[in-house]
Design a protein. Structure first.
Length: 115
């Protein structure tokens, strides 16, 4: 009989981590719930500290966590223009939609990284 290797315990996920993960992907609670295999209410409870975040949910959230590190700020001006900014670099991009502004910001960041 072979022994199974120990599975390393994942670091804790805080309620604010969940919000950051969800916002980094521009997901609604229902999107995250579908990914985690639970329902909207469970995600709300985790985000508000009403239930523990453990087991499979914690491991799945850890898979999404690297994306949360690159959070952008997005603002819509009164004339409808969308401005996206990377707070860590100060690089900004503008467009008529959120998707276009984020795509342009990512393009600019890629150009900066390539230089």
């Amino acid at each position: 009989m072979t022994e199974t290797p120990d599975i390393a315990e994942a670091a804790p996920i805080t309620p604010s981590d969940i919000v950051a993960i969800r916002n980094a992907r521009n997901w609604k609670r229902s999107n995250l719930a579908a990914y985690l295999g639970c329902n909207y209410t469970t995600v709300w409870r985790m985000e508000n500290g009403k239930i523990a975040i453990d087991g499979a949910h914690r491991r799945l959230l850890h898979q999404l966590k690297p994306a949360a590190r690159k959070a952008f700020t997005v603002v819509r001006t009164c004339d409808g223009t969308v401005i996206a900014c990377d707070p860590s670099t100060g690089i900004t991009a503008s467009a008529l939609s959120v998707d276009e502004a984020l795509a342009e910001l990512r393009r600019l960041l890629a150009m900066k990284d390539a230089a």
